[in-house]
Design a protein around this ligand. Structure first.
Ligand code: PEP
Ligand code: MN
Length: 294
């Protein structure tokens, strides 16, 4: 059946200039796997009919902080735990993560909750350690065009969550995904996380155009991260709902039990209560578009 949200019946090129994504996408183009790729991690299927919620703190700060957040997001409806052990920070003087100790704590949180782990790998030198702990390797916005890192995570064969560069076009984004696939790994999950525009009231401009466009052009699952996409915790539920209405396969949400005390991104982190309410709201939107929360 044609998918109305993917524009299956619309002409592919209509306006001349803004005519979709034009790039050499041998492995990532939808035609390479018309049914769509499902990435399965410890029984969680990302890219299937259900909407997957990935949640957790921006950074792993301590055992108590991570375990409290992990229990809260599990209780609130998440099926994957996020948390940065290696943090890319604009200032070298900001908290940059617990690194190897952070990885150890993530493994502990998985052992306790059973939630699979996604965590960022910032540098190919850290890949063996991160791959040892993570179920999904995150490549962050700032590294979207780190081509040697893309090839390394491709060679790892592990699921990769590739975030969109903050100034990357969708053509550049899919070519970055193509690097991973060309290294032998099509277990790639895309994530729109906001782009830089002239707007200053929000941290980024969440480009929800990306969701139907990526679904039309590629077979890879598409997530949305409204936490970094807005930079305001109060906006996250609205944009999470909008993302699911637009067809997102899942959400990446930052949650902290005490956002005011967070060492990074407290300003866009939901409390466990707000997270739980957000999931309930998103579940109603998912039902309206014929989907359910995993
Ligand atoms: C993150 O999700 O932890 C993160 C650093 O996001 P981004 O790479 O999108 O800025
Ligand atoms: Mn963050």
């Amino acid at each position: 059946m044609p998918d109305v949200n993917r524009g299956d019946e619309a002409p592919r090129h209509t306006s001349g200039v803004c005519d979709g994504i034009s790039a050499d996408l041998r492995l990532t183009a939808r035609a390479a796997n018309p049914a769509g790729t499902v990435v399965e991690v410890r029984g969680v299927r990302i890219g299937g009919p259900e909407v997957v919620i990935i949640a957790g703190p921006c950074a792993v700060e301590s055992e108590a902080q991570l375990l409290a957040a992990a229990r809260a997001v599990k209780a609130g409806g998440a099926s994957v735990l996020r948390g940065g052990a290696f943090k890319p920070r604009t200032s070298p003087y900001s908290f940059r993560g617990l690194e190897l100790e952070g990885l150890r704590l993530l493994a502990l949180a998985r052992a306790e909750t059973g939630l699979p782990i996604v965590t960022e790998v910032m540098d190919a030198r850290h890949l063996p350690a991160v791959a040892d702990c993570a179920d999904i390797l995150q490549v962050g916005s700032r590294n979207m065009q780190n081509f040697t890192l893309l090839e390394e995570v491709g060679r790892s064969g592990m699921p990769v969550l590739l975030k969109r560069g903050m100034s990357a076009t969708l053509a550049e984004y899919l070519q970055a995904a193509e690097y991973i696939c060309a290294a032998g790994n099509t277990q790639v999950i895309l994530c729109e996380r906001g782009i830089r525009t002239f707007e200053t009231s929000t941290r980024n401009t969440l480009d929800l155009n990306a969701v139907p466009m990526l679904h039309r052009e590629t077979h890879l699952p598409v997530l949305v991260d409204p936490s970094h996409g807005t930079g305001h915790a109060w906006m996250v539920p609205a944009l999470a709902s909008a993302a699911v209405a637009a067809g997102a396969d899942g959400l990446l949400i930052e949650v902290h039990c005490d956002p005011g005390a967070a060492l990074s991104d407290g300003v866009n982190s939901l409390t466990p209560d707000r997270f739980r309410q957000m999931v309930q709201q998103v579940a109603r939107v998912a039902a309206a578009v014929g989907r359910a929360i995993l």
